[in-house]
Design a protein around this ligand. Structure first.
Ligand code: G6P
Length: 360
């Protein structure tokens, strides 16, 4: 099947815009006529039975895993570790008695993840793959698969697969909580619907985001992303997006780590993108913004409606605290896109990178 860009100049921009529709599709696919979560009963059982989850992934999928850990621990109460696939065999953790391996992979073909799957299967442990390609190697070789329903992703920089992974992980966490009899105070499908609407509103703010990109990133050679709690994990994804396609050296840091090294790199005009969508840590991250500003940084604060403060450059619409990554990542993807565009980079096919890395 040939996938067309249609009226879009790049696949990446098309895929960014598709994200709200992907989330709505996921809601539809994972819900039955009675509005209950529709999930393979074997997956439900495996999730209920395990005593610890080991998420294995690479690149953007690893970043989705970092967000997923928050869901699995905070919503379903299952201890969860997240591992970079290529490092797993060197530093194999001591496994619990009933581990469940969860592989997150857009393509389902990443060689490093596959090699972990081969290893854990030999040990006889169950595996679940979350992938956008159901017939892929990781999907065939794992015991269970959950489909991301994101549609083909063509641009090398992953966008809609990331948000799809987060949405499916949220549904999985909620389903597991319910299966274990944990009472939840929110309706996940309704909250995902609200997040999808927020994402759609954000994709309509391209002009504003292009202007911010021009203002902050037009001449810079580096850029830092800071955040705390779940914002930190979105920050590392924002940095990855920016470096992969615009070649600006970008790093994401936990706000509290700044003073342990990174702050030494802040000079007059250094761009720092601060994510401040979590009310619980707002004073601390805002403190970090002041610290870098005092050293000359050019800060761009992205907060959330309802908790925004005067002077914030951008605010995402209000969404459930745990689902903010679905919305926060959109301005970061668009900032990366415009930064690459303004530098005449090949947005969809950045140098040295492959869509799926099938060698270890
Ligand atoms: C490559 C791609 C990334 C992707 C990573 C993991 O590096 O360029 O966009 O996140 O592989 O791929 P996967 O298909 O396993 O999610």
């Amino acid at each position: 099947m040939d996938i067309e860009k249609g009226t879009y100049p790049h696949f990446m921009l098309k895929e960014v815009d598709e994200q709200p529709f992907v989330i709505r599709k996921i809601i539809q696919e994972y819900q039955d006529e009675d509005d209950r979560i529709k999930l393979d009963p074997e997956v439900r059982e495996a999730m209920k039975e395990c005593d610890r989850i080991y998420i294995i992934a690479a690149g953007t999928s690893y970043h989705a895993g970092l967000v997923g850990k928050q869901f699995l621990e905070k919503i379903s109460g299952i201890p969860t570790e997240v591992h970079v696939a290529s490092e797993f065999s060197y530093n194999m953790p001591l496994l619990s008695e009933k581990p469940l391996f969860v592989f997150i992979s857009q393509s389902g073909e990443t060689a490093d993840s596959r090699s972990v799957l081969v290893q854990t299967k030999k040990l006889g442990h169950p595996a679940l793959t979350l992938t956008n390609v159901p017939g892929s190697t990781l999907s065939r070789e794992a015991d269970y698969t959950l489909h991301l329903h994101a549609g083909p992703e063509i641009a090398v920089a992953s966008t809609k697969a990331y948000t799809a992974q987060i949405a499916v992980l949220a549904i999985l966490a909620v389903d597991t909580a319910r299966a274990k009899g944990i009472e939840l105070e929110f309706d996940p499908m309704q909250e995902l619907g609200i997040a999808a609407n927020a994402m759609e509103a954000l994709t309509d703010q391209k002009e504003e985001l292009e202007n911010l990109t021009r203002e902050y990133l037009s001449t810079t050679r580096n850029c830092f992303f800071i955040g705390r709690s779940i914002d930190h994990y979105v920050g590392v994804e924002g940095a990855l997006k920016l470096k992969e396609i615009s070649y600006i050296q970008a790093e994401g840091f936990a706000g509290g780590e700044l003073k342990h090294g990174t702050i030494a790199l802040i000079e007059e005009g250094t761009p720092v993108i601060a994510l401040a969508t979590q009310e619980s840590v707002s004073p601390s991250i805002r403190g970090n913004v002041q610290e870098v500003e005092a050293r000359g940084a050019n800060t761009l604060t992205i907060s959330m409606k309802g908790i925004e403060e005067e002077g914030d450059e951008f605010a995402i619409p209000k969404v459930h605290d745990l689902l903010t990554p679905l919305a926060t990542v959109i301005p970061l993807q668009l900032i990366a896109y415009y930064a690459a565009l303004h530098r005449d980079c090949d947005v969809d096919k950045p140098r040295n990178l492959a869509k799926s890395v099938t060698v270890e």
